[in-house]
Ligand binder design. Structure first.
Ligand SMILES: NC(=O)c1ccc[n+]([C@@H]2O[C@H](COP(=O)([O-])OP(=O)(O)OC[C@H]3O[C@@H](n4cnc5c(N)ncnc54)[C@H](O)[C@@H]3O)[C@@H](O)[C@H]2O)c1
Length: 274
């Protein structure tokens, strides 16, 4: 095998939602392969680009740029800033999404389809789907000019299966008040697979590869009952550890996946094959 297939030396990689739980994991593996992660997030409280810890985790050249991916202006400013700092952009990871933790929240009634507020529908689609479209449009167009680039869309196992609403049931609540995974999560994640196929074919001749990754649930101190119910639905018998998607992200971002485009890489402990 050629030694440098996974090498990302100096490849500038914009990660939306880069300050979140998985965004930081993506940034870390990009940096580890020699790339330059740009953490683009609306909330930068979780990362301080001036701290020694930031450089330690994400490399000397990494940066964090406050960005609202639902705003075309903010996304254009992000690209301008990146081009000013580094002169080009090589990889875009569309990772940001509203990520409702139904297993943790007490206010659950709104989640049911019958009550789901239009405002929430619009907000969720705006981040998860419109945000990915805008970033792809603005940053992908720049990559097309360069005749080279990679886009990775972060979907979910819920892009390929329906949520099992039994996971979220709470004892003592009547059926019509039981919490559910909101409809928007399925719609956003399935929509991202469509966006992946569209962009992969649209920009194939421009040298841009576009793939999706569909992770299963990551353990993050969820209630024990939820964790054991979910583990029962997963052939490998457990939730993912946060760093278990790093290798797949590196594969999709690097030349190791040079003959792969328009595909969805499902990494879910086997959940979707049961
Ligand atoms: N954690 C999981 O179990 C899991 C499983 C499958 C898929 N995913 C997907 O992985 C991705 C990352 O998940 P996570 O667990 O790290 O979520 P997270 O909530 O920790 O991170 C999401 C980040 O997106 C940012 N964001 C929200 N709106 C934004 C906007 N308008 N502009 C820019 N940034 C914005 C948030 O500030 C946050 O830092 C999401 O797309 C999620 O759906 C996560």
């Amino acid at each position: 095998m050629k030694k440098d297939l996974f090498d990302l030396t100096d490849r500038v990689t914009i990660i939306t939602g880069g300050a979140g739980q998985l965004g930081q994991q993506h940034a870390e593996v990009i940096a580890g392969a020699g790339g330059i992660p740009v953490l683009a997030d609306i909330h930068l409280d979780e990362v301080d680009p001036r701290s020694p810890a930031f450089k330690e985790h994400f490399g000397q050249q990494a940066c964090a740029i406050q960005t609202d991916i639902t705003s075309p202006k903010s996304v254009r400013t992000l690209l301008e800033d990146v081009l000013k700092r580094y002169g080009r952009v090589d990889v875009l990871i569309n990772n940001a999404a509203n990520n409702p933790k139904m297993e943790k929240t007490a206010e659950v009634e709104f989640s049911r389809l019958e009550n789901f507020p239009l405002k929430q529908w619009e907000a969720d689609l705006s981040v998860g789907l419109t945000g990915a479209f805008l970033c792809s449009q603005v940053i992908g167009t720049e990559m097309a000019k360069q005749k080279r680039g990679v886009i990775v869309n972060v979907a979910s196992d819920l892009a390929v299966i329906a949520p099992d609403q039994r996971l979220y049931r709470k004892a003592g609540l009547p059926a019509d008040q039981q919490p559910v995974k909101p409809v928007t999560y399925s719609v956003v994640k399935t929509g991202l697979i469509g966006l992946t196929r569209y962009l992969a074919t649209y920009w194939a001749e421009a040298g841009i590869r576009v793939n999706a990754i569909s992770p299963g649930g990551v353990y993050n101190n969820q209630p024990d009952e939820f964790v054991s119910r979910l583990a029962n639905l997963i052939p490998l018998g457990r939730m993912a550890i946060a760093d278990e998607y790093q290798a797949a992200i590196l594969f999709l971002c690097s030349d190791a996946s040079s003959y792969m485009t328009g595909t969805n890489l499902v990494i879910d402990g086997g959940r979707s094959c049961w």
